[in-house]
Design a protein around this ligand. Structure first.
Ligand SMILES: [Zn+2]
Length: 77
């Protein structure tokens, strides 16, 4: 388990049961592959429950931050 401090000051954990996610592209996802291999392919994403930033956790511990923009309705709404 690893922790980081979000820019808003909230402590985030990479194993948070509600705010950590495994992200796979369609290309990486394969129903015939074992769950362990899928997890190995996945990118870990952690959401800050306070400011809703997303932190993408890359191999080696490098982090990329994505900040929530304004809510926008789809064009056909
Ligand atoms: Zn935050």
């Amino acid at each position: 388990m690893a922790k980081i401090r979000c820019k808003c000051g909230t402590i985030l954990r990479d194993d948070d049961p509600h705010d950590s996610f495994f992200m796979l592209s369609h290309e990486e996802f394969d129903v015939d592959v074992s769950p362990e291999l899928l997890l190995g392919r996945a990118l870990l994403v952690v959401r800050c429950p306070v400011c809703e930033r997303l932190w993408f956790w890359h191999e080696g511990g490098k982090l990329t931050e994505y900040v929530k923009g304004e809510d926008i309705l789809p064009p056909d709404a």
